[in-house]
Design a binder for this molecule. Structure first.
Ligand code: GLC
Length: 560
């Protein structure tokens, strides 16, 4: 068996903050740095070791911060750079590391580089972006057939220059031309700026898209993300990541790259430990596709076998040679209880899902509100949505002939807005998120029941379960460094796996259904010899080797 290399980033767990909806400290209805500062003790109390901030930088917020207008300043709605530095120091003083979002595939169209680049073709910044002539005869057609991953053409025309610029996301997010060495120097400078300030690493946004195939050839004509084969893990990706790695190597920091359409085999090219390694970890998407086909908007019934196949693949292929980044929620994914769990069994399924992924090998990431079992808001009218992706996808679905009713049903299930509602802190006005009359976005009406204050008072809450679970992981190396072996491979109801480390064993049992399922300990396990360390029900007799599971039951046995 491969010898596993220990490291701080493997032992940590990370809390993700999407700042706009975390906590409003200055009473304007929008989450901010002051709000995070006030909640630092709460974050620390979860037992996490680091915070990843979704973009805090200056941004017109077309894509809620993923459109950066200035990489070295803080969005005024969130605070100032001085306030950020204070937060960084305060977090460090509490033993919390800070990870920034590095969004370098594109900038905002309000970034100074872009403003310069569109002034004239001979402007020194022109070549910071992909400006191209339109197609003949009159140049009024985009240079190629690539589509934005948010739907619609991947190009926008500029009258003044009579040229088009590439945007793989919304038109306010022009793609940076990473082939230009000057752009790469700028990026290195940004990386140094934050690391010199003391941040501990980066989550790198759609990092596998930064190198585009020379000549930008037409893509295979598909109705969404057309052209992707020419920019996903493009020709110079390894080279560019290698250059950035030379910078990050000078610091004790970590990197996790967001990687759509990634497989374990391909991921190893970038995250395999050793000389050629480019990133510490990658966020893949495959485990988020157990209830959809490729994208959330093509909804399919939840398929546990598909989920287990994916996990098994990542867990076993990376073990000992690379490291997983484990998550089940973030700002791009609807709430997990509303997808893979069951709102009727919110508490039970919330705890089960937490156990299912946090007990696997890899660094766990927990998204704000996940720890109290927040659920999807399911906004019924398209005008109520804020996310550009939801609005654009709605339009596309209607154009493709789907009815309003069907499209709304899909949006209610799949929209990213489901994850972006304000964190529910109390059962009081505006869920305690803001003292303003109106929060910037709708609050899920279940806040009277689902909120931090109530969860704190209830020793059986999801919140207190997360604390126990993270503590267990921290105190038991097997939960961090153990291997992974799947049992009940073909079950459509149970997700059972074992882990082994230095002579110890752990058995993790999860039921994904409401109805009772007959569970029998896999060969070689005698539950009466193990210790039941985590569970989401009172277990009368935890020594029985066979039992009928309760709805969404989870149990973790440790054999020492
Ligand atoms: C990533 C972000 C997402 C954003 C997109 C474009 O997928 O997580 O929120 O819209 O990149 O930056």
């Amino acid at each position: 068996m491969a010898e596993i290399k220990k490291s701080w980033y493997k032992e940590m767990s990370v809390y993700q903050i999407w700042p706009r909806s975390f906590y409003d400290g200055n009473g304007d209805g929008i989450g901010d740095i002051k709000g995070v500062m006030e909640k630092l003790d709460y974050i620390k109390s979860l037992g996490v070791d680091a915070i990843w901030f979704s973009p805090l930088y200056k941004s017109p917020q077309h894509d809620y911060g993923y459109d950066i207008a200035d990489y070295k300043s803080i969005n005024p709605e969130y605070g100032t750079l001085e306030e950020f530095k204070e937060l960084l120091d305060a977090a460090h003083a509490k033993g919390l590391k800070v990870i920034m979002d590095l969004v370098i595939n594109h900038t905002s169209d309000e970034h100074q580089w872009f403003i310069e680049s569109k002034k004239s073709k001979d402007n020194p910044y022109h070549d910071y972006y992909f400006w191209r002539k339109g197609k003949k005869p009159n140049g009024k057609k985009p240079p190629n057939n690539w589509l934005s991953t948010f739907t619609g053409p991947g190009w926008e025309y500029d009258e003044n220059l009579d040229e088009w610029y590439l945007h793989l996301f919304c038109k306010e997010q022009p793609d940076l031309n990473m082939d230009n060495p000057k752009v790469r120097e700028e990026i290195k400078d940004i990386i140094r700026f934050w690391l010199d300030m003391g941040v501990d690493g980066f989550r790198e946004d759609v990092i596998t898209f930064i190198s585009k195939k020379e000549g930008l050839p037409n893509g295979f004509p598909i109705p969404a993300a057309c052209g992707m084969e020419h920019y996903k893990c493009g020709p110079n990706l390894d080279k560019y990541l290698g250059e950035f790695r030379e910078v990050t190597d000078q610091y004790d920091c970590m990197t996790v790259g967001e990687a759509p359409m990634m497989t374990p085999k391909l991921a190893l090219r970038f995250i395999k430990e050793g000389a050629g390694q480019k990133l510490n970890m990658m966020f893949n998407f495959q485990h988020m596709e157990a209830d959809c086909f490729m994208i959330g908007w093509i909804h399919t019934p939840f398929n546990l076998r598909k989920l287990k196949r994916v996990y098994n693949n990542w867990q076993t292929k990376l073990y000992g040679i690379a490291w997983n980044a484990n998550y089940i929620e973030n700002h791009d994914q609807p709430r997990i209880i509303s997808r893979y769990g069951n709102e009727k069994y919110r508490v039970e399924s919330g705890k089960m899902l937490a156990t299912m992924y946090i007990c696997q090998s890899g660094t766990p990431f927990i998204y704000q509100g996940q720890e109290i079992g927040m659920t999807s808001i399911r906004l019924p009218e398209i005008d109520m949505y804020k996310d550009v992706q939801a609005k654009d996808t709605y339009k596309l679905f209607r154009k493709l002939g789907f009815s309003h009713k069907f499209t709304m049903k899909t949006a209610m299930y799949a929209s990213r807005d489901n994850a972006r509602t304000p964190v529910q802190w109390t059962g009081g006005k505006n869920a305690g998120f803001t003292t303003a009359d109106e929060p910037w976005f709708y609050i899920n009406q279940n806040y009277t029941e689902v909120n931090v204050e109530a969860a704190e008072k209830d020793e059986n809450s999801i919140l207190n379960y997360y604390r126990k679970l993270l503590k267990f992981r921290k105190e038991n190396e097997i939960c961090i460094y153990g291997d992974f072996k799947l049992h009940y491979k073909n079950s459509r109801k149970l997700f059972v796996y074992e882990r082994n480390y230095e002579g110890k064993r752990m058995l993790v049992i999860n039921s994904f259904v409401e109805q009772p399922v007959c569970f029998s300990a896999p060969a070689g396990f005698d539950l009466s010899k193990g210790k039941l360390v985590l569970s989401n029900y009172e277990v009368a007799d935890n020594t029985l080797n066979s039992f009928m599971t309760k709805p969404y039951e989870t149990r973790v046995y440790l054999f020492e």
